[in-house]
Ligand binder design. Structure first.
Ligand code: BG6
Length: 510
């Protein structure tokens, strides 16, 4: 095993509070796969470095591949080096982390390996036991059934699953039934990694720890809301999965709806899992349903063609997935509405896509304009205030306000941001979403995980859009890689006399 990984300065912020968790066994199914290597192992390693994991806590990798503990540790070591890049812990830290790792080769459909897994887990007695199913979703049900059959799903057990949870309401119910047949709802952790992002949690701090915004957070003062999750990447070798999914299922039904829920929900009475999830569910249930004519008028699908991404020529989607006939959308923009007292009449413009001009994810709260101007025309236009909550890159919050342009020349007005970049304010790199979420699972805090009824309500909203698209006979509109999507997405908002917010800084971001 190599002596050390290349180094980077200490990353833990001075304000961070590291509260150790109770000891545990974390069993990762799919331990040799992409999610485990790129996200889970590096996240656990960082928490281990922060001394949050008790010294006897164990991580047991399970997959079909026949490996022993040492071979798995070598694989994990390579994964850490790849994922952590410039970060450089000492050799002792790495060795200590790798020493926690164990490996069992097992397959849900075969008997080999299960006895060994049972012995390994029983040896550690009564402690928190987490099963992380980092596998294809088709295995969620069979794995849960197998865990029950082997007597491994104890009263202290928790199970973690990732999206996609189904591809429509019916299949999502089937998956939820299969997991629910073994684990009670309070032991099921459905991950939406967007909820673990620091800025997403900051949305709750912004809304509920400040008296300033909440009185304005309604249709009387807000003109519209925009949520954009734009990626420059294409499908990156995940064409098989993506082509069966598309942007609505991959991003909108989960990540973007969750952002919408946190933006639009009523203040919960506390941040406990029940309160927050009840309020999010009410938002999902209040979403105006789409029928065929609303889907035709208020949604736009796109698919990228060859173009240039960050200055490099890239192929189109059809070539990437090797199917000239596929109609899977790589972009979606739509106008959603929430039918309740707070939001009636306020459009929520949602958009996401791959191979767009820039990587940027943000929520824009566009306030209404002033009712009357006291300024002369030559003072210049008065722009409505925008509050921009930037998730990535360069996490932060900007409040665009009007000011007087300094210096002589009369009353000239200008739009400027009150600008807080978290990186410059706190001087550290935000922890990856998986660090926070894994620790929450180990602590038994379900606040940032999706409850069954939320997932199903989100599908109930998405299904009619998917059916309307399938019935319409039209395909997605083409857009060039490196653009902002099809022009119809611009028309969608401009028809209402509005434009997508474009931060001046976007031009400077990579
Ligand atoms: C995943 C999607 O859930 O989120 C991917 O399946 C997408 O297609 C990814 O690229 C985006 O996550 P992030 O954290 O990079 O914004």
């Amino acid at each position: 095993m190599p002596a050390s990984l290349p180094l980077q300065p200490a990353e833990t912020p001075v304000t961070a509070r590291i509260i150790p968790v109770d000891t545990f066994d974390l069993v990762v199914f799919g331990a040799t796969g992409d999610l485990a290597r790129r996200k889970l192992l590096p996240a656990l390693f960082r928490r281990c470095l922060s001394k949050q994991l008790p010294s006897d806590a164990r991580i047991v990798g399970v997959a079909r591949r026949p490996l022993d503990d040492d071979a798995f540790r070598a694989l994990a070591h390579t994964a850490l080096a790849d994922a952590i890049g410039a970060f450089s812990p000492g050799a002792d830290d790495v060795a200590r982390f790798l020493g926690r790792l164990h490996y069992v080769a097992a397959d849900p459909a075969a008997d080999d390996g299960w006895r060994r897994l049972a012995e390994l887990l029983q040896a550690s007695g009564d402690r928190t036991r987490v099963f992380y199913l980092a596998t294809a979703p088709e295995l969620f049900g069979p794995l849960c059934a197998r865990l029950a059959k082997e007597g491994l799903a104890s009263a202290q057990s928790r199970v973690v699953v990732e999206k996609p949870i189904g591809k429509d309401l019916r299949s999502a119910c089937e998956v939820n039934d299969a997991i629910g047949a073994v684990f009670p709802e309070n032991a099921i952790y459905r991950i939406d990694h967007y909820l673990g992002k620091e800025t997403v949690q900051n949305l709750m701090a912004l809304r509920f720890a400040n008296a300033l915004f909440e009185p304005l957070w309604n249709s009387t003062h807000i003109d519209h809301v925009e949520i954009t999750v734009a990626e420059t990447l294409g499908v990156e070798g995940r064409g098989d999965y993506y082509d069966r999914s598309g942007a609505l299922r991959d991003m909108m039904q989960n990540h973007i709806l969750q952002l919408l829920c946190l933006t639009a929900m009523e203040p919960p009475s506390s941040l406990g899992a029940g309160g927050v999830r009840d309020e999010k569910l009410k938002v999902l249930q209040a979403l105006q349903p789409f029928d065929a004519s609303r889907a035709a008028a208020l949604t736009v699908r796109g698919q990228y063609r060859a173009g240039s991404s960050s200055g490099v020529a890239v192929p189109g989607y059809l070539d990437e997935v090797g199917d000239p006939a596929t109609r899977t959308e790589t972009f979606v923009a739509l106008r959603a509405e929430i039918a309740n007292w707070r939001w009636a009449g306020v459009p929520f413009y949602l958009r996401t896509g791959k191979r767009l001009a820039q990587r940027v994810s943000e929520i824009v709260i566009a306030f209404r304009g002033i009712p009357h101007s006291v300024f002369e025309q030559r003072s210049g236009p008065i722009h409505a205030n925008h509050l921009v909550i930037r998730l990535q890159p360069d996490e932060g919050v900007k409040l665009w306000i009007m000011i007087k342009d300094p210096g002589p020349g009369g009353m000239r007005l200008r739009q400027m941001p009150l600008d807080m970049s978290f990186a410059s304010a706190f001087g550290f790199h935000n922890p990856d979403a998986y660090e926070r979420l894994l620790i929450d699972v180990l602590r038994g805090d379900q606040t940032l995980f999706m409850r069954r009824d939320e997932v199903e309500a989100a599908w109930r909203w998405a299904d009619p859009i998917l059916s309307a698209w399938a019935d319409s006979g039209d395909g997605p509109k083409a857009y060039s890689a490196g653009s902002w999507g099809p022009s119809a997405a611009v028309a969608l908002i401009e028809r209402d006399g509005r434009t997508w917010h474009q931060d001046a800084d976007w031009d400077n971001q990579g």
